[in-house]
Design a protein around this ligand. Structure first.
Ligand SMILES: C[S@@+](CC[C@H](N)C(=O)[O-])C[C@H]1O[C@@H](n2cnc3c(N)ncnc32)[C@H](O)[C@@H]1O
Length: 283
């Protein structure tokens, strides 16, 4: 079946050579204004996002952009969107992940002795590694764990971070001490590196969800969470169809807590735990 291909909506930015004057003050002020933690991200990443907003607001340098931000209240929201595009953490929304670990994994493993998960829009890897940790801890001898999670993102730079699997402490704040000591090793510079038994469970690949084609089919779970912030209504509907195509019969779709399914495509899924945005393929 041929699907309409809608190009990604991310603005292409030429990264100009800009002086770093005013950058640190701007970052500190942005953290306060938007109440978001930027310290776990590489400065280059934050710079790229700020530069895209500077491009759009025709600011020539960080000082000029800072002044623009102070005098244009509507810019805060646009900047938040630009900055949070890759934001993620381990066990984001613990109720959702703990329910998956306790109620969905055991049933599937009992049935098949393995599981197939697609973490779509996985950013720097915290989401797929969370599934891997929960699955590993639920597992028993005889269950197949290698490469059971396919994790994809459109952003190659962020996927390289995911593959490296090295995180700042604050990305792990929802995990228990036991989970941290069992599944991470501390690096010399005080970061946390995911151990190989978890890394080997996840395979990362570049994939654009807007191509309309799933990365594969017959998944037991598709987790596509907090990805649609820049999608228009049609693109959101197309995405629901892609997820539907990629799932096995009666299998599970996990959306972000603030995401919703449009009425036109609701019939493709039935509620499983709708309050946690977990649905089951309807047919
Ligand atoms: C906010 S992060 C969400 C990460 C994770 N799913 C979570 O909920 O914590 C959104 C991710 O979606 C990715 N993304 C955005 N548009 C995409 C597309 N068209 N195809 C694939 N990934 C996309 C971004 O690159 C980003 O890494």
């Amino acid at each position: 079946m041929s699907k309409k291909i809608i190009p990604p909506v991310f603005p292409k930015i030429n990264v100009p050579q800009v002086s770093e004057k005013g950058l640190q003050e701007l970052i500190l002020d942005v953290q306060k204004r938007l109440n978001i933690q930027l310290t776990s991200y590489k400065q280059d990443y934050i710079k790229r996002r700020l530069l895209s907003r500077m491009n759009s607001t025709r600011s020539k340098n960080f000082v000029e952009y800072h002044q623009y931000l102070r005098t244009h209240p509507e810019e805060e929201d646009k900047l938040r969107k630009a900055l949070t595009i890759n934001v993620t953490k381990f066990l984001r929304d613990p109720n959702v992940f703990n329910l998956v670990g306790k109620e969905i994994f055991p049933v599937i493993i009992q049935e098949k002795k393995t599981i197939k998960i697609w973490s779509a829009g996985c950013s720097s890897g915290e989401e797929p590694y969370t599934y891997a940790i929960l699955l590993y801890d639920q597992s028993r001898p005889g269950v197949l764990l290698n490469n059971v999670i396919i994790a994809t993102d459109i952003d190659e730079v962020i996927l390289n971070k995911a593959k490296a699997g090295i995180y700042e402490k604050n990305a792990l704040e929802n995990l228990s001490d036991t989970q941290i000591s069992k599944h991470f090793e501390k690096t010399e510079d005080g970061k946390f590196k995911i151990k190989d038994h978890i890394k080997n469970m996840v395979k990362f690949q570049t994939h654009d969800l807007m191509t309309g084609v799933p990365i594969a089919r017959m998944f037991d779970i598709v987790s596509c969470r907090n990805v649609t912030i820049y999608f228009n209504e049609q693109q959101k509907k197309d995405l629901v169809k892609v997820v539907h195509d990629s799932l096995g019969s009666n299998r599970f779709y996990i959306m972000g807590m603030s995401e919703y399914m449009s009425k036109d495509v609701e019939h493709l899924f039935k509620p499983f735990k709708p309050m946690l945005k977990i649905f089951q393929k309807a047919s």
